[in-house]
Write a protein that binds this ligand. Structure first.
Ligand SMILES: Cc1cc2nc3c(=O)[nH]c(=O)nc-3n(C[C@H](O)[C@H](O)[C@H](O)COP(=O)(O)OP(=O)(O)OC[C@H]3O[C@@H](n4cnc5c(N)ncnc54)[C@H](O)[C@@H]3O)c2cc1C
Ligand SMILES: NC(=O)c1ccc[n+]([C@@H]2O[C@H](COP(=O)([O-])OP(=O)(O)OC[C@H]3O[C@@H](n4cnc5c(N)ncnc54)[C@H](OP(=O)(O)O)[C@@H]3O)[C@@H](O)[C@H]2O)c1
Length: 412
């Protein structure tokens, strides 16, 4: 979006861009949704993206067999839905093509290869100052859209560096084809761990999956209807704990007792657990039947990695050729947003959903609700309305000037 005005500022001897509208950090689904909603309100914005493409998590860091787990109506961004001919659960490729069509429809042109390294609010001038590797950008509004899954979590496991084989995080896993006939340990049993283990089975590898804790596994569908959809519908009428009880009753009926497979259920129900801790239930797309028939072996926590394998907490020791860390992701906000107490040390807003989208001094967040793309859509709409309202007020006060927010920036 052509909202940049270049000028020499002498700050760190770098060029400084004063941005007329909000600056959005991140061109994932959340950043794109925010830009689209702002554009619909007539507000220009600038997206800074560290990668060289939109939706880089989906394009660069996900495995080939990935499909949305939720039906498409729960994963749509605001203002433009999925094409009618897409299946109920779009593939990764279809989701990426939807993102590309979305960006093109709203004429969103992020500035790529711009890693925001440091951002601070400048009290004196009332602007956010964002430093990338080669430029400084300034705006009255900062929209954080760097995602809950910005960086892989790499656990510190004793012996990690002794291992002779390959260790990789799921963000670098594409397909099981390179692991054919290998004994592979998948550490972690979230949706990534389950699906990667399943993919390894399909490619004739011998996967073992570490389950160190309790986990809720739910069928993706119950009698042909998405489990998520059923939960959403029931929550409109019933208390959360009752909905959880219902989901577990049906899940046990469809899947059987998962405890016996080494997948013990937490005491707290799946939706309550998600709301309280952010821990996502696993939606089963086939891994469970592979566990039942012994093709995916469930292992206890890892005690230590050795030269050729792993020692487990229960005393077992096994050899592996590769280890895949399906240990999840974390926010990277604390690494680049400084002097701002809106976020926890883990880079999540301190204020929970539905009020996590707005901070002070023109700070906003989109996509930090632990509610996936549904949360993104809700944040983006609210942010755009809020900023558009502010601009109307500013313009009202500065009737003689058509570009009133430029004046505010020039106070510095
Ligand atoms: C394997 C996998 C499958 C998933 N499947 C689903 C699903 O089916 N449904 C669902 O709702 N959710 C799913 N999710 C959750 C997923 O995080 C969201 O769908 C979605 O990608 C979130 O969008 P986002 O824009 O908030 O974050 P991201 O997609 O992570 O985008 C953030 C962007 O910010 C950029 N960025 C980060 N730091 C900086 C910086 N310092 N400077 C500049 N740019 C920066 C990144 O490069 C990235 O492009 C999945 C996640 C994973 C890992
Ligand atoms: N198709 C899809 O829609 C799809 C597919 C994949 C992922 N996703 C989404 O992407 C997000 C990330 O999912 P994810 O599965 O990558 O991460 P995740 O849900 O955070 O799961 C991480 C897993 O790793 C385990 N773990 C972490 N550190 C460990 C250690 N040191 N030793 C053993 N186990 C360890 C965790 O166990 P503890 O519980 O004990 O911490 C947990 O089982 C989620 O929102 C998920 O729903 C969606």
């Amino acid at each position: 979006m052509g909202s940049c005005k270049e000028q020499e500022q002498g700050f760190n001897h770098a060029k400084c861009f004063e941005v007329l509208g909000p600056i959005i950090v991140g061109a994932g689904p959340s950043g794109l949704a925010a830009a689209a909603c702002l554009s619909q309100q007539g507000v220009p914005s600038l997206i800074l993206e560290k990668s060289d493409c939109i939706a880089s998590l989906w394009q660069r860091k996900t495995y080939d067999r990935l499909k949305l787990h939720l039906p498409k109506q729960f994963c749509e961004l605001p203002l433009l839905g999925f094409p009618d001919n897409f299946p109920k659960y779009p593939t990764k490729g279809q989701f990426i093509s939807y993102m590309e069509a979305y960006a093109s429809h709203f004429k969103i042109r992020p500035k790529f290869n711009q890693t925001v390294k440091k951002t601070e609010f400048d009290d004196t001038n009332g602007v956010w100052r964002l430093q990338t590797q080669d430029l400084e950008y300034r705006s009255r509004w900062l929209i954080v859209a760097t995602g809950e899954n910005a960086e892989p979590v790499i656990p510190e496991i004793p012996g990690y560096h002794k291992f002779n084989g390959t260790i990789l995080h799921t963000s670098h896993y594409k397909s099981g084809s390179r692991f054919k006939n290998q004994r592979v340990l998948v550490i972690g049993c979230g949706n990534s761990g389950m699906e990667v283990s399943l993919d390894l089975c399909r490619h004739n590898a011998i996967p073992h999956m570490v389950v160190r804790n309790t986990v809720h596994v739910l069928p993706r569908e119950m009698v042909g209807i998405s489990t998520f959809g059923i939960a959403m519908a029931l929550l409109k009428w019933l208390p959360l704990r009752l909905v959880d009880k219902f989901l577990l009753l049906v899940a046990n009926f469809i899947l059987g007792n998962t405890d016996q497979l080494g997948l013990k259920r937490p005491k707290t129900g799946p939706i309550e657990l998600k709301n309280v801790t952010g821990k996502t239930p696993v939606l089963d797309v086939g891994a469970l039947s592979q566990i039942k028939c012994g093709k995916i072996k469930v292992m206890k926590g890892v005690k230590e990695i050795t030269k050729n394998g792993v020692k487990f907490m229960d005393g077992q020791e096994k050899e592996f050729e590769s280890i895949i860390l399906a240990t999840g992701y974390k926010s990277n906000v604390p690494t680049w947003l400084k002097g701002c107490d809106f976020f926890t040390k883990d880079g999540m807003p301190k204020t929970p959903f539905p009020n996590s989208w707005k901070g002070e001094n023109g700070l906003y967040t989109v996509g930090f609700t632990r509610r996936g793309l549904l949360g993104t859509a809700s944040d983006a709409v609210k942010i755009a309305e809020d900023i558009a309202d502010q601009l109307k007020t500013i313009k009202g006060k500065n009737k003689s000037c058509s570009n009133s927010h430029v004046i505010i920036l020039r106070k510095s």
